[in-house]
Design a protein around this ligand. Structure first.
Ligand SMILES: N[C@@H](CCC(=O)N[C@@H](CS)C(=O)NCC(=O)O)C(=O)O
Length: 257
């Protein structure tokens, strides 16, 4: 596996579509890397120390930190071009990057907002999702503090009924987009998997939680989550997301710590 010599380390949330996007890019390229799973809330200190801002994913390559999935993928393409996520044809490449940018800026935050609005109705489940893969004592304390943490998250992300309605509209538009634009070849640009498909499928995975996800949803069922998933289930766009996962998600390149 490539990458281990370069000391790749991913600072991440386990449950997060942007973080899933970075994981998928690393896994797709077979780049062996360490993962540091942070808790939303307390993560800010680590993120700030590494990059001066608080959002994850953050990838360090040989000690140099990069924040933002588009920048991370751009750097991976530069240093580890094979297998490629950018099309070779310049026009297709421009189009693929445009689509990635649209998903990053016009879909990612919006779908998250709509989902967090719903999850606020099952705060215990919300806490369980956010603390997935943490040891039990950490999960227990986190759950206790979560009503406060959730309030801060909702306020920072401006989660309310109006933004949630906008988020649902953006999600619907994004699912329509992938359905329409993949009709001809199965892919959004050209006839093979590119950064456009990776961006769209990873950010839209929140509508369907495909079985290939490396961190599954908590075992306890949540009515709120069930209704959220059922709401998108019949859309052909979610079938496209599941198909991208089936065909291209592949296996994890995470190294044991
Ligand atoms: N545009 C960024 C978005 C990253 C982002 O929104 N990350 C969220 C998790 S999904 C986050 O870290 N939120 C906490 C914070 O910003 O402090 C990217 O592509 O990486």
């Amino acid at each position: 596996m490539a990458g281990s010599g370069d000391n790749l380390e991913l600072y991440q949330f386990c449950f997060s579509h942007f973080n899933e996007k970075a994981r998928w890019a690393l896994d797709f390229k077979g780049l062996s890397h360490l993962r540091h799973s942070l808790l939303p809330g307390p993560h800010a200190r680590t993120a700030k120390r590494l990059t001066g801002q608080t959002a994850v994913p953050i990838l360090t390559i040989g000690g140099n930190a990069i924040a933002g999935t588009a920048k991370i993928i751009d750097r991976l393409e530069e240093v580890y071009p094979e297998p490629p996520l950018y099309p070779a044809d310049p026009q297709q490449r421009r189009r693929a990057l445009e689509i990635q940018d649209w998903f990053d800026t016009k879909v990612g935050a919006q779908i998250r907002c709509a989902l967090f609005f719903e999850l606020s109705n099952d705060i215990g489940y919300f806490a369980d999702i956010f603390s997935s893969r943490q040891p039990y004592p950490v999960r227990a304390v986190y759950k206790l503090l979560f009503p406060f943490i959730a309030r801060v998250i909702r306020s920072n992300l401006k989660v309310n009924d109006i933004s949630a309605a906008r988020g649902r509209d953006a999600t619907q538009a994004a699912l329509d987009f992938v359905e329409r634009n993949s009709r001809e070849t199965g892919y959004l640009v050209g006839d093979s998997f590119t950064v456009a498909d990776l961006a769209a499928a990873s950010l839209l995975m929140l509508t369907t939680f495909p079985p290939e996800l490396q961190t599954p949803l908590p075992k306890r069922r949540s009515m709120v989550m069930r209704q959220w998933i059922e709401n998108w289930e019949g859309h052909p766009g979610t079938e496209w997301v599941r198909e991208m996962y089936r065909r291209h998600r592949g296996k994890s390149a995470e190294m044991a710590a």
